[in-house]
Design a protein around this ligand. Sequence first.
Ligand code: GLA
Length: 387
Amino acid sequence: MSPASAAALFETTFGCAPEGVWSAPGRVNIVGEHTDYNAGLCLPIALPHRTYAAVSPRHDRLLRIVSAQSEGVVELSLDDVRPGHPGGWAAYVAGVVWALEQAGYAVGGLDVAVDGSVPLGAGLSSSAALECAVGAAISDLFGLGLLQSPTSRRDLVTACVAAENTIAQAPTGGMDQSAALLATVGHALLLDCRDHHTEQIPMTLDKQGLALLVIDTRAEHALVDGQYAERRASCEQAARELGVATLREVATSGLEERLAVLSSDLLRRRARHVVTEIARVQGVVGALRSGDFARLGEVLLDSHASMRDDFEISVPELDTAVDASVDAGALGARMTGGGFGGSAIALVPAARADEVRGRVAQAFHDKGFGAPHSFLVSPSGAARRET
Ligand code: GLA
């Protein structure tokens, strides 16, 4: 799982060396969940885990795609890419070529070999990493110049989101692609999804003797099933009933009186999560800026409770990961990503990281869950050319 292994896969599959290798990272979100499609705030970091795409352009409109994480070669014409086709992981490759062409860029066929270290199905955005690695390759190979500046990278984010929404048919909000294309080493990315303003927030936990633990619960997670879409639809309905364009426009002060007009308790709880979660992003940014890590930990816990009780996207494995982390000395913890499985994060004293990992594994064992996979991460860099 390196630029060299992607290049080697390319060579054994297609019989020649690739033109180059590009990569993009997975992400974990520190706070701000299900806020992106509500024009809210979120705060992801790029993971050290990356997806590598070895790519050559073709002179026809054929796409040939192979992955070390899957069997066989997917082959189709760019003219046959459409909603739902190709299915599965190849949609994240073919969809990006399609979306860039739709946006008016002159692109063509590709040979692509993928190898990656972003855990699959763990809620760590392996699909966005794949889209953005391929998008970076297309930009360089067809001279689109989209990696040049944060502004042009934003255009590539838009294309990758279109690929995911339209071809892969996952109605996601754009946080993952923004992290994969805009995050920088040592920083969390404060993303304002209303005006697309971004700010790099320094996050050097090691200097404070702290570490960020990611706990992949291995509980199944998928964004293309109905639950994510249902949450998004509820938020849009709540906004309509409140007479606002998006839930971003609802203030936290006087929130309960405002939400009282909603037609159901379910919509009240969904909207309450989004509005309070946006405020928690500001709380975490403030805590990072002032170095108040105890406060940061509390906000993470509040966020988890809101996702568990109001937004109802947690599962017992995620709750166990959070509770066991805190029992073992974490300052705070929360589930991260879309939910219904996937991963949690825990802010831990570095010296206690192994203890926390062990206690989480023990708690999973005691409850009869499969073994979790946990690892320490620090904020890494965005999509780039490797070779
Ligand atoms: C998934 C989606 C994102 C975002 C998160 C929840 O990761 O891809 O757009 O909505 O869920 O915060």
